[in-house]
Design a protein around this ligand. Sequence first.
Ligand code: SF4
Length: 540
Amino acid sequence: MAEKQLEKEVAKLDVSIFEIVGPIMIGPSSSHTAGMARIGRMAKDIIGADLKRIQIALHPQIKSTFKGHETDVAIVGGLLGMREDDESIKDALKIAEKKNIDTMVSFLPSTYQNPNTVVLTVESDHGIISITGISIGGGSFKITDIDGKKVSFTGKTNYLFVNYTKKETENKIIKTLEADKALQEKQLGYGAIQTRNNYLFWLSFLNSMPGNILREIRKLDGVIDARISPPILSFGLSKQPHRPLFKSIRELMELAREQGSLFEAILKYETNRSGRTAKEIIDLMGTHLEIMQKAVDQGLKEEITLVTGLASGIDGKLLARSVENGNSISGDVLPTAISRALAVMEVNGSMGTVVAAPTAGSCGIIPGCLLTVKDKKNLSDFDVIRALIVAGGIGVTFAHAGVSFSGAVGGCQSEVGVSSALAASALVELVGGNPMQVAHAAALAIKNMLGLVCDPLGGPVEVPCIKRNAIGVANAFAAAEMALAGIKSVIPPDEVLLALKNVQSLLPSELKGSAMGGLACTPTARKFRGESNLCCVLDS
Ligand code: SF4
């Protein structure tokens, strides 16, 4: 049986609305906390043995930010088997220490292209292995390399991993798998590599594997261990690679015409790609809505302690009180929405539970906007769920256009900018706008955000991130109001996405989360960071 590798294709074609409005996660960063925790968890399944030593090598571009993003903590948590929404992940380093697992952090040479790259060199009962992963943004990831051999694992399917000592065992594993005709249908790809200690075989597959196959593989001569790794990103996957029902905004508009509404079109897209029923999708988005509401309440009512305390943690409460006291100069909708966005971001900055939308650094914008209009207009939970599903569908077109959702890859236009656009489209949907108005709201919002830089102070997702969500909210309302009034983007929405992608690639790395430019290089930021010899663009 020749090598078969379709999973890469699946990953390219398959974008879930829950990758856009999600994941539910512990803050503060979707790329550098949730995505990295998932890389750690996938690495744990690849290794399949008790860990002794973990060396984490990060890209130098995130040298100043990884501590504030709790990146090492998240990776170790993942390697210990914790999910990105597991509250105990905060204590991962202490738990590792108690288990006598050594952990250390180092940095890669800057020749690695992607700033969200991590190389994990892990010693376990199976020997030493090096696993390279890239956090793609919004919590998604890819494992790209094991011991110098190229692989492509996205964590979206089930995997069978087998460690074995003799090369010839590979054929026996394949024969055992081929004997099961039903399993043949579910296969998405398989392959084998020689690692530095033995061999590793993998099979990527859908649904389930009969237990007897695993038992038979374990009995084969030369097999050390075999195990099933369930999907790390469990969005469901209905069938072999197929063209998604839409990839661009134009195609989404056509599908909406056929289906009678944007909501129905996006539900059909998600049911088609995931195999889930419409009810399951609506219920799952309902869970996301509950978490959003909880984060708003927590941020406005409870005492919040931010990871570094760089920001106060009370800004959401301050603004809410100001509105209550009648001090608003722009009516109560906008500042209330902003107060809620700040509150959610403060929960995120305290390693609380939030819904990345599409990232943790922008997680306040969508709940701030939608929950405020819901209350103001006395709308139902279902109305908001419908708007969230539409936001997810619009975000899917961004992903298919090749737009990054990571500040380290494309600047803050990729996080606050994209979230503002999704919120604008969701606001239009929420109040009954038509599909073209939804699309133009997203385009108008993005146009106003092009070039927004990512320049957090020293790492934590606090300054300017928390208050930057405020402009995301204001811009979303501005774009939604214009679109509802019939104002259109002169540049068609799909072309605006190309412009965003273009500006993402043109932004210099100094303005992409490296703390080498912008606010991160101001005298106050330097004082906070305690580094006198920073190499900032301001110095030149
Ligand atoms: S500045 Fe924007 S992109 Fe950068 S970490 Fe903060 S929220 Fe994320």
